[in-house]
Design a protein around this ligand. Structure first.
Ligand code: MRU
Length: 373
């Protein structure tokens, strides 16, 4: 996508042919800073510290992180150490394990001297496929928006989203935002309600920044306003992203997604989840088994933003000393989800619905890469 007229992906190979460039998302929307990753340690820290975030981008960064590791240590022990290190970064988005499994399987059978090259190639494929998949999801989601647009008779289609499932959360284009970008380019008038997404404000900081750069009308609302706005009849449909979708269609996504789904269900508002196949965990049958990341209390107690002079500053917003809980994701049960937008089409959120679109994957569970005997 374009930033001030220049096209960017959220992750790319540097012109040196081996180091990896990312956008430091902790600084947005106030600073646009590109950072260079030169080791598996830096890649792992970028994921854990949320310089990069969003399920598909976490996967792509982990894939490149493995390539960086194999450049230095291509032996089996080096491979296993890198896998362990990267796996420990964030637990909920299944794209991490999916991408590591893919690169790990690709390098396992090749001689050590070819492992790094093979890993870079696979990481590049993962990145390119993500972009293509998102474009396809955009097409499928666009059909849903066109349907609503017909009813709206020229008035804006009002979409509510949560967190950031935009291009910054993926390699490019985004998942939940892909249909919005396509609809906007087709001339369908839109208005997007952007849930701010406390505690880290991915909606207010990142999604709003993305939509602003694309010229898509939007309004940031506090997370607690979502139900009220829906009740007032100001939302035609909801589209959110996914960090892990079970084979039965339950979805883990950013904390607060469940409450929005409940409100949408109560009011009969369609609630769609954009979930590429890299986000589907075919090994799980119930959302209750999805590991939910608990993050640092400081994300809740403190906020970082720009002062009037443009400096970045962090302030405490909670009562000093009060204990804090910070679960980063919640699970929306399949029964609250109208449909899953995937790169192969829109599926009912059910085992049958997903299996119909992905018979190959539903029937063939892929073993994770295990340590050598
Ligand atoms: O903690 P984050 O910022 O990594 O969480 C991101 C989300 O929950 C996104 O909605 C999800 O990854 C979908 S990204 C296309």
């Amino acid at each position: 996508m374009k930033v001030d007229g220049k096209g960017y992906r959220s992750i790319w190979l540097d012109t040196d042919g081996w180091s990896v460039r990312i956008i430091d998302q902790r600084r947005l929307p106030h600073r646009f800073e590109v950072v260079r990753l030169t080791s598996v340690g830096e890649a792992a820290a970028a994921i854990a510290g949320m310089q990069v975030r969003g399920a598909p981008l976490i996967g792509a960064t982990a894939a490149y992180g493995l390539a960086l590791a194999l450049r230095e240590r291509p032996d089996d022990e080096g491979l296993q150490q890198a896998l362990t290190r990267l796996r420990a970064t964030r637990p909920t988005a299944v794209n991490l394990e999916w991408a590591l499994g893919r690169v790990g399987r690709a390098v396992q059978e090749v001689p050590e001297r070819e492992r790094a090259t093979t890993a870079y190639r696979e990481a590049g494929l993962i990145a390119d496929e993500d972009v293509e998949g998102n474009r396809a999801m955009g097409e499928h989601g666009l059909r849903l928006i066109r349907e609503v647009a017909k009813r709206r008779g020229g008035e804006p289609v009002r979409v509510l989203t949560h967190c950031n499932a935009g291009w910054l959360a993926t390699v490019d284009v985004g998942t939940a935002t892909a249909p919005l970008y396509q609809a906007h380019r087709e001339g369908i008038p839109l208005h997007v309600w952007v849930g701010e997404t406390r505690p880290r404000n991915q909606g207010g900081a990142l999604t709003a920044w993305e939509l602003g750069h694309e010229g898509i009308p939007h309004t940031i609302i506090v997370d607690n306003a979502g139900g009220h706005i829906m009740q007032r009849g100001e939302v035609d449909l909801c589209i959110v992203g996914a960090d892990r979708t079970t084979a039965s269609g339950d979805v883990a996504n950013k904390i607060g997604t469940y409450l929005k789904a409940l409100a949408a269900h109560d009011l009969g508002i369609p609630f769609y989840v954009a979930s590429p196949s890299s986000t589907i965990d075919w090994t799980l049958d119930s959302g209750g088994h999805i590991p939910i990341e608990e993050r640092a209390a400081r994300e809740v107690t403190h906020l970082t933003g720009a002062t009037a002079s443009g400096e970045l500053a962090t302030i405490q917003v909670t009562a000093p000393g009060s204990p804090v809980g910070n679960p980063a994701f919640d699970v929306t049960p399949a029964r609250l989800i109208t449909g899953l937008i995937t790169e192969r089409g829109v599926a009912p959120a059910s085992r049958e619905g997903l299996a119909r679109l992905f018979p190959d994957q539903a029937n063939a569970l892929v073993e994770p890469v295990s340590a050598p005997e």
